[in-house]
Design a protein around this ligand. Sequence first.
Ligand SMILES: *Cc1c(COP(=O)(O)O)cnc(C)c1O
Length: 342
Amino acid sequence: MFNINQITRKNIQELVPYSSAREEFSGTANIWLDANENPFESNINRYPDPFQNELKEVVSSLKNINTKNIFIGNGSDEAIDLLFRAFCEPYKDKAYIFPPTYGMYKVSAKINNIEIIEIPLLENFELPEQEDIFKKIDTNGLLFICSPNNPTGNIYSLNKIKSIAKNYNGLVIVDEAYIDFSNHPSAISLIQEYPNIVVLQTMSKAYGLAGLRLGMAFANESIIQILNKIKPPYNINTLSQKVALDILKQPSKTRKQINTIIKEKNKLQEQLLSLDMVEKIYPSSANFLLVAFKNANYIYNELVNQGIIIRNRTQQIDKCLRITIGTSEQNACLIENLKKLK
Ligand SMILES: *Cc1c(COP(=O)(O)O)cnc(C)c1O
């Protein structure tokens, strides 16, 4: 059975966290002389809310989840790093990934001195059979499922995620950076029943706020408490909290952009398929297409010369380039330039 105390590092269990001024007193007051701030008011002379309560209230109603189950980080990358630091003992615990997938898991593991075990996806980018997965797992730690997966674009069924979580005593991290582009349900619905599932989402993709650096982790309250205990006290700055609130309060604008991106994706897919140089386009539940080209490196370099930058993934997946969906005009320009290449 999964037990949070069994996977939390001893130094973290014993840690007495730093207590910030804004944590020790957070009510209303007339005069603030507790945090050594500059008293001359501007938008940002005060420290930000260390627990982003106002932002979490909005996320809570948007995602239909209690604020106690929400952690907000300086990008999902911060959440990934904190998960390693809280739950993986260097030289002992391991992290499990299904390549080809997002590169940060491996980098974060290496920074934290955690061995990475690679369990390759099947040829169609589906997860391997359960039995084959667990053959490779011999320790607690973190198991990453990126869904929809970057760079392949496919999404995994919640049933598969459930049965992996049920049989694993470490944490199952479901990275849903692209979930807003998909019509599949989020794994957030699983966290009540599966205390070892952590769902990551981000404001960097569908919400159009990559420059802001805001990621979210949704999990069992005991996991969130530990992340809060070890995070830098003021990890989300005042301006980021404010802009995120503004954007989250106009969900119809975001929804409209997402719908446009999906429509553009379908259009781009059709146009690409009509080109001789394109061998295959993989099904995508995200805001990008993974495309196999007959002469991928040549295409990539020629596009760079035209000032059009896509992602070369040929090192991970033979012949494949990853194309982010742009505006209608940008996509048209891409197609036009591809047509000039023979
Ligand atoms: C883009 C992306 C993220 C986002 O990371 P942030 O730090 O929130 O910008 C996370 N996971 C995957 C798989 C991504 O592709």
